[in-house]
Design a protein around this ligand. Structure first.
Ligand code: PLP
Length: 371
């Protein structure tokens, strides 16, 4: 049995040995070594990575990525506001679900699961519903791996003076994003995606003047992003409630490794190479991608399940797992797919090894002898 799989999933993902080793230390949450020495440094680095030179801050929030998304919606969108939500997958749908539960007023643009938002339709809605104050969109919709047109949507948002909220959970750190140029007010991501840390917290890169307007708006105590920000500012890195100390140390190490790799653009190139190698190899083996190459992100790729009657995902999955690779089931409701991620500590040679494992795992293609 192999216990040390390569995770070809969109997070938690395969982390480096040094990231795991960084957790072999206990931190004291009221000491300067942790707050000034680690948290404040991470916050500054995140703002820098997002290109938020002036007027941006980073706030860390306990929990998985969804908690950070919900903290933004709760804290930022008041009852006087209206949110336009672009939905083309499970994570867009999750934002709609949050808006429903929070009783926010919102308008959903449902694009289906395999198309990008239509910018003309979006503009018409912005013209017709002038009470819309905020726009929320997922950057890379991890459901399918589709990359949404961030530059174009950001341009529309700026032209119509809307406040832009981007769920960049699975793209930040792996695809260059400049919050200043794009006019993004709140960008959300988490520790265990393209920064290549371990799960435990999310973070929000926020425009300070926009966040400063949000005092007393959040109806949840623990998810109040404004209060968390105030505490981190005034306490110089202090979290309001127990901080995920080990995950934070791993994250600090992951940020170092991102820098060693050459920063986001170099990491992006590695992911793009992984993805291209994966797709061309899989196509040679007879697999088809769900998306057209023009819509595809370098983060994760969805492949149609083979049509053969003998194919079962679970069996295919187990054969690959026995060879040290963990792939991901599909999440698209309309088509039968499986997904392979290529983010994390995953290199060209790993993709090559995966492809040869796939080759030997296509058990349904092994023909019975005919006489
Ligand atoms: C991973 C992810 C999230 C958060 O999911 P969690 O399971 O809460 O970490 C949100 N949006 C996108 C696009 C994601 O890929």
């Amino acid at each position: 049995m192999n216990n040390n799989y390569l995770l070809l999933t969109p997070g938690p993902l395969t982390t480096s040995r040094r990231v795991k080793e960084a957790m072999l230390k206990d931190s004291c949450t009221w000491d300067d070594d942790y707050n000034l020495g680690v948290i404040q440094v991470i916050r500054r680095q995140l703002v820098e990575l997002a290109g938020g030179e002036q007027g941006y801050t980073a706030v860390l929030m306990q929990g998985s990525g969804t908690f950070a998304v919900e903290s933004v919606l709760q804290t930022v969108i008041g009852l006087q506001h209206k949110l336009l939500i672009i939905n083309n997958g499970a994570y867009g749908a999750r934002i709609v679900e949050m808006a429903k539960r929070l009783g926010l007023s919102y308008h959903e643009i449902d694009c289906g699961e395999v198309s990008q938002p239509d910018l003309l339709v979006m503009e018409q809605i912005l013209q017709q519903q002038s009470d819309i104050t905020h726009i929320a969109m997922v950057h890379c919709e991890t459901t399918t791996g589709i990359l949404n047109p961030l530059t174009e949507v950001a341009e529309l948002s700026q032209r119509y003076h809307k406040s832009l909220i981007i769920d960049a959970m699975s793209s930040f750190g792996g695809i260059p994003i400049n919050v200043t140029n794009l006019g993004i007010d709140f960008l959300i991501s988490s520790a265990n995606k393209c920064i290549q840390g371990v799960p435990g917290f999310g973070f929000v890169i926020a425009r300070e003047d926009k966040l400063a307007e949000c005092a007393n708006r959040c109806r949840s105590l623990s998810l109040d992003l404004y209060d968390q920000w105030l505490c981190m500012e005034q306490g110089q890195g202090k979290w309001r409630f127990t901080s995920p100390t080990h995950a934070v140390l791993a994250f600090a190490q992951a940020l170092k490794e991102l820098e060693e790799e050459g920063g986001i653009s170099d990491r992006n190139q590695r992911y793009c190479q992984n993805q291209r190698k994966l797709v061309s190899g899989m196509r040679k083996l007879g697999f088809d991608t769900l998306l057209d190459d023009s819509l595809q992100s370098p983060i994760i790729t969805a492949f149609y399940s083979p049509k053969h009657q003998d194919y079962k995902f679970k069996h295919f999955y187990t054969l690959l797992k026995d060879q040290g690779f963990v792939i991901y089931p599909g999440k698209v409701s309309q088509s039968d797919c499986f997904r392979i991620g290529n983010i994390g500590e995953v290199y060209s040679r790993d993709i090559e090894a995966l492809l040869s494992a796939v080759t030997s795992s296509c058990y349904w293609q092994i023909k019975q002898p005919t006489y």
